[in-house]
Structure formats: structure tokens, C-alpha cells
Design a protein around this ligand. Sequence first.
Ligand SMILES: [Zn+2]
Length: 171
Amino acid sequence: MKSLNREQFSTLLKVQRITTRLTRELRFVPEIIDSWDELEMLAVPTRSNKEGLLLLQPDAFYAFPYELTTNLADRATGRSKPITCDFCYTWQQGGKAGRITFRRKTDDHTLTYLCCSDLRCSLHVRDKTTEARLSRTQLHEDITTEQRIARLKDKLHILISALDLQPIQTF
Ligand SMILES: [Zn+2]
């Protein structure tokens, strides 16, 4: 992903017509990002972490607001249950399992996916997290890191077309 500084991020929010309320609440901290070139997706959360702006760059650049539910519990038992992320295919324990929801602009339809609650899928596919290492012991796949990255990009392309997103030309 192309790196963004604070000024570019605030331009992006204007270009994308992100609401004033969400703009005010987003916590964009570019200093904590080590390697932008290893990111296909980056979630910029609000302080509450219940919503945010998802930046995507599998090739072109996209940005779209989301809502996030974390710590998924089974309705019947009340226990948190593990999931496999719909984007990066990482197995996550209930406490680190999330559900992300997007509202498509064209028809107001909502789309929901299971996800890593930290939304650090680009790091998980590159085996850079403890969650990734745990996942490898749960899901045995004969697949290389490059193939995992390619699969994540494919999933993001599917998401982008499901949401009818248009690439942002400014970036
Ligand atoms: Zn994931």
C-alpha cells in the first residue's frame, strides 16, 4: 500500500465524503506502521473500535467505512467461538474473532463478513503475528506465504466488487 501521512489521510476523508462525526473520531497513527508496502488492507479505527475506515490496496486504492463487532459469542451457550477470517483465512479464537459490516452506498444493503477482530490480515498472511502461528496449528494448509497473499488479494477484490467501490484516483 502506498504510505499516507496525516495530511494525505485528511484529504482522503474529504475526497471520500466521510461524515464529519466519523472523521473526528478516526484514530490515524501512521507512525506505528512499519512497512506500508506489505499492506493490502489497513483498518483505521475509532477510539471505541466499533467502527472505522478500511483502506484497501490490492492494486488500486479504495477506502470504505465499516462497523465492527468483536469477541463473538455463541448465542446459545454464551461462549466465544472460533472463526476463520473471510479475508485472510486465519483461524481466530472467539476473543479475537470479529464481524465486520459494510453498508453499500448504491442501495443501502448491508454486507457482513467474519474477520480477525484486529483486521491485521496483511500481517497474519505473512506469518508476522502469534495469531498466524496459532492458526497454522489449527488449519493445516499446504500453501506458501505468496499464495496466502494472493488469496487475500482475491478476497479483497471480491469485497470491492460486492460493495461497488470505485478506485480513488488521487492516490
Ligand atoms: Zn483476517
